[in-house]
Design a protein around this ligand. Structure first.
Ligand code: 8YV
Length: 299
């Protein structure tokens, strides 16, 4: 089965593919049956270029950039990489939580700039207590649940919001507006769909307590980014952000702000997790080649 990949994926699993070409998507290809194109929008315009396509193997659990309905209409299957990146993504979300609440980046800057001990540094340089504070999780799926487990180790009170309620000790359901106003830290873990786009709206951001923190390792468009920038510029809240609406572009206003920690969409970015994701992609490609059921089809 001829696979077109826009890049080689990391890890040894990749070597199991026999008929793979590394090239950009730049014109019609009648021979390509499977596509691996991290970060690329896959819509009708792209599908038109690949009349023999059978599979889009998405390198990631979120597949909002793939028009699944358009694929389905053409008989093209779509797979993703659920499960293998939950721990890494929750680790990063918790790292952003800690870094933002304890002002890690500001502290690092202070030490490196040689200003530790100057009059500015003697002014109060205080973060916010993490242990015992309240975390609000928006989207209690695999990654949100992994976040909740980490929070328990920090003796946090854990609130959650999602469509279906779970009956688990230590997890308190809240309507989203209540969660926004009751939490010290809100961490977003929902998939991006037409229903969840802009879920964390300007009105909901305004519900956050003074001094609260928003953590987003899911998708930028879940949050009204303009409203978030306004809140951050006011200094009322802080944020740890791994994802943005127009990646790799980041709102310039954020660069000058001390109350935001920024990372470049690295939730799944560990050697181990990216290798495991490659294994899932490759296993799906090999299953498709053999005519066997796909491991992780979406829907
Ligand atoms: C990226 C992610 O897909 O899994 C997801 O949904 O956002 C990430 O794992 C990954 O960076 C590959 O593009």
């Amino acid at each position: 089965m001829r696979v077109l990949a826009t890049q080689r994926l990391p890890g040894p699993a990749w070597d199991a593919l026999r008929d793979v070409e590394i090239a950009p998507i730049d014109g019609r290809r009648d021979d390509v049956e499977a596509l691996v194109a991290p970060g690329e929008r896959i819509d009708d315009a792209v599908l038109d270029l690949f009349p023999s396509l059978r599979l889009v193997a998405n390198y990631g659990v979120g597949y909002d950039q793939v028009d699944v309905a358009a694929c389905r209409a053409r008989g093209v299957e779509v797979t993703n990489t659920p499960g293998v990146l939950d721990a890494a993504t929750a680790d990063l979300a918790f790292a952003l939580l800690l870094a933002t609440r304890r002002r890690l980046v500001e502290g690092d800057d202070l030490v490196r700039s040689g200003n530790w001990g100057t009059s500015w540094a003697q002014a109060p340089f205080l973060g916010r207590e993490v242990t015992g504070s309240t975390l609000g999780i928006v989207g209690l799926g695999r990654i949100g649940s992994a976040m909740a487990r980490r929070a328990r180790g920090f003796e946090m009170r854990v609130l959650y919001h999602q469509r279906t309620r779970v009956d688990e000790p230590g997890l308190e359901y809240r309507a989203l507006d209540e969660l926004m106003s009751d939490a010290d830290v809100v961490s977003v873990h929902a998939p991006l769909t037409p229903e969840t786009k802009g879920l964390i709206s300007r009105e909901r951001l305004a519900l956050l307590r003074d001094g609260a923190t928003l953590v987003n390792t899911a998708r930028g468009a879940l949050v009204d980014e303009d409203a978030l920038v306004d809140e951050l510029m006011s200094g009322r809240i802080s944020a740890g952000l791994d994802v943005f609406v127009h990646e790799p572009a980041v709102p310039h206003a954020l660069f000058g702000l001390a109350n935001v920690v920024l990372t470049p969409h690295i939730g799944s970015g560990t050697v181990e997790t990216r290798s495991a994701m490659t294994q899932v992609v490759v296993d799906n490609l090999l299953a498709a080649e053999r005519g066997e059921p796909l491991l992780t089809p979406v829907n």
